[in-house]
Ligand binder design. Structure first.
Ligand code: CXF
Ligand code: ZN
Length: 368
């Protein structure tokens, strides 16, 4: 067993504590990754708060990482020691019907992992789960090679990690889920780390109007950096009405990026009759449902959803960094805070306060 430092959440709603865990060394097609940076995501917060907690406690959260391959199992064929990688909650086996379909990122291996989660972490012989099979709030993780995407080496880890969830989820939803077309109008409900990536995805797609809806007035100026053209403050009047007015009767595409059922209904209502499409990205607390009036759909609207923007982790996600290097994607403004891994609780507090877009924690900042 390898010994690794990790921030562990022992019970829902309790702070993460540093632990030295046992980590099973890479076997078969598995690789050992040294995590250099990890972005904090709202779904990690939901897990540790027990609000949307698919994994049993104790748990190592974190699924938006970037790091370096340090060892390979004997059957690894597509990665080498020294490769820079982004671990993938949704892997890409490349073989199954989903992977070969060209339509969906719902790889069979991901569905199998969700049904029966695997973890390689343990403490005193007791299993410690890894969120989405990763657990990037640790110094090292072990994953199967199809759960790691090789990335270019010239992007710093604290920026590269964001493509593992926020950027793929937001940009991918626009391009690979909703298929926003040139000149179309877009409304984005919730301008956090995911919503602002929807905004820049819409800019890449050539949307004519990109309308952001958020209760936090600071998001207006932040949104402009990512391509926002209009801002709606729900405190100034009914958000749906404001979006419908700005867009001349309803947007072509609305995106819900919070995970709030009331906001999902608003997003749907803000789309235009006869062709409007509402895409759901936010992950609500366990048990919360989305209410849809059949009439709203019968008027010619559709509802879609995706995880990780329906992007294939190995063959598509790494190209997001090419867009960054070409100057077409904003990553630096997304990472508002960088903290040492040991200060991760402070990072989650920043996220909850609304002050942060992405908080990135880095083991190296702990002064190894
Ligand atoms: C995703 C992360 C990867 C697995 C599915 C859910 N959502 C993220 O926040
Ligand atoms: Zn995430």
């Amino acid at each position: 067993m390898l010994k690794v430092e990790a921030m562990v959440c022992h019970a829902a709603g309790t702070p993460l504590v540093p632990e030295t865990l046992d980590l099973a060394p890479p076997q078969g097609d598995e690789v050992l990754i040294e995590i250099m940076a990890s972005g904090l995501c709202h779904t990690d917060l939901s897990q540790i708060q027990g609000k949307a907690a698919p994994y049993p406690f104790p748990v190592v959260a974190g699924h938006e990482g970037a790091g370096i391959v340090r060892a390979c199992g004997p059957n690894v064929s597509s990665l080498s020691v020294g490769d820079h990688v982004v671990p993938l909650g949704i892997g890409e086996c490349g073989q199954c019907a989903a992977c070969t379909s060209g339509k969906t990122n719902m790889c069979d291996a991901f569905l199998a992992d969700m049904a029966q989660p695997v973890t390689r972490f343990s403490l005193n012989g007791q299993a410690v789960s890894s969120y989405t099979g990763l657990g990037t709030l640790a110094r090292f993780i072990v994953v199967r090679e199809h759960n790691a995407a090789r990335i270019r080496r010239d992007v710093p880890f604290h920026l590269a990690c964001t493509i593992g969830c926020a950027v793929a989820t937001g940009v991918g939803a626009v391009i690979h889920t909703a298929h926003v077309g040139e000149g179309e109008t877009v409304a984005v409900f919730g301008l956090g780390g995911i919503g602002l990536n929807v905004v820049q995805g819409a800019r890449l797609a050539g949307a004519s109007r990109i309308i952001g809806v958020d209760r936090n007035p600071y998001r207006s100026a932040q949104g402009r950096v990512f391509g926002l053209t209009d801002f709606v403050d729900p405190a100034q009047g009914d958000a749906v009405e404001q979006v419908r007015t700005i867009s001349g009767g309803g947007v072509d595409h609305a995106f819900e990026c919070v995970g709030h059922s009331g906001l999902m209904a608003q997003a749907l209502e803000s789309t235009r009759i006869g062709g409007g499409c509402c895409t759901i990205l936010g992950v609500p607390p366990d048990g919360q449902e989305m209410r849809i009036t059949p009439f709203a759909l019968q008027l010619g609207r559709t509802v879609k959803g995706s995880f990780m923007g329906n992007m294939k982790g190995r063959s598509q996600v790494p190209h997001l960094l090419d867009l960054y290097v070409e100057g077409r994607l904003e990553l630096a403004a997304l990472v508002t805070h960088r903290l040492p891994l040991s200060a991760v609780n402070q990072g989650f507090a920043l996220m909850q306060s609304g002050a942060a877009l992405r908080v990135v924690v880095e083991a190296a900042a702990d002064g190894r």
